[in-house]
Design a protein around this ligand. Sequence first.
Ligand SMILES: *Cc1c(COP(=O)(O)O)cnc(C)c1O
Ligand SMILES: [Zn+2]
Length: 392
Amino acid sequence: MVKTGSLFTHLTCVECGREYPKAQANGVCTDETCRAILYACYDFASSTLTREELKRRPPSLWRYREFLPVLDDENIVSLGEGFTPILPVLNLASHTAGKRVLIKDESGNPTGSFKARGLCLAVSKAKELGIRSFVIPTAGNAGGALSAYTARAGLQAHVFMPKLTPQAFKAEAGLFGAEVTEVDGNISDCGKIANRLAAENGWFDVSTLKEPYRLEGKKTMGYEIAEQLDWNVPDVILYPTGGGTGIIGIWKAFNELEQLGWIGSRRPRMVAVQSRNCDGICTAFHQKEIRSTYKDEGFTVANGLRVPKPYADKVILQVLRESNGNSVSVGDADILVALRELAASEGLLIAPEGAALWHAYKELNRSGWIKDGETVLLLNTGSGYKYLDNIY
Ligand SMILES: *Cc1c(COP(=O)(O)O)cnc(C)c1O
Ligand SMILES: [Zn+2]
């Protein structure tokens, strides 16, 4: 018999290995001394899906159905997310000579960012578990994505966003019917309020990596990168790191693809790119620390990167070290120059978070860390359109 459904088996704690059954709503590890993030596990050994069969499936992240945690198709809440294009950098040849530089452009996702992937999975899975009300602290895009998927599913979203977030993000969540609260502070301050209200009202907290399924949505970027590059992985991946779901998810994906026998053991060098005002991961990486320390020096045009202390900092730093990677922080002035350069030369009006990668690439290229003949993939996480208040 050909299995077509999910091969999800259980959850496991990344730190202590404790296992959790798939049939309950989970956050982080419940062990008081641990509290680490949970990974969804699958029975890869019994997968009968072939790469040839995969090729014939529709261009959405649901093509990886077996390796996603939603058990019943009826619970899938979809707006057409995933399978975004990988585009070569064409016209900035003075910077790309000798290298193959690619941009995976997530801006075409529902609500204009890769957050759609994560919230699509989180909402679908929560729906399956009977959850009706959600709360999220957000720098912008996650709130919009949550609100779109809850609207689609007929569920309720409560969104907490810093006051300084551009207007489009607030309007978007409001139009999708979410209850939007502006907070005088950063995403950590939003998180504290969200946390308290979740406990008081019985809302389900979908903060970055405090529930395990946004990660499952984000990991599909790793599946797509491998599939779209004909089951080769790039030499280097640059990723704009806030909470780190994407970088952790892509790494998880590559390990799963190796278990499936679809890729080998070679891995890209992973680069976490941060905003200068909020670069705790970058500092911790270069100082060889296991965890990061809280850092927030105020406004950045790349609001998605204003995460002063990622919950999964330890896992992010592990991925950077294990992959022989790197970390670069970029100031707002350089982000804006990079953004304009890509828009004017490549026709891509990308999010400031993604534009930071272009500057970081140029730096790593100039310093020789990126070598001739290498394939470099920049993961542009979102569209620039919602940021127009701040970028033009
Ligand atoms: C949220 C966000 C990020 C950071 O993503 P993480 O996976 O939390 O590190 C980067 N870029 C954009 C556009 C975002 O919205
Ligand atoms: Zn644990």
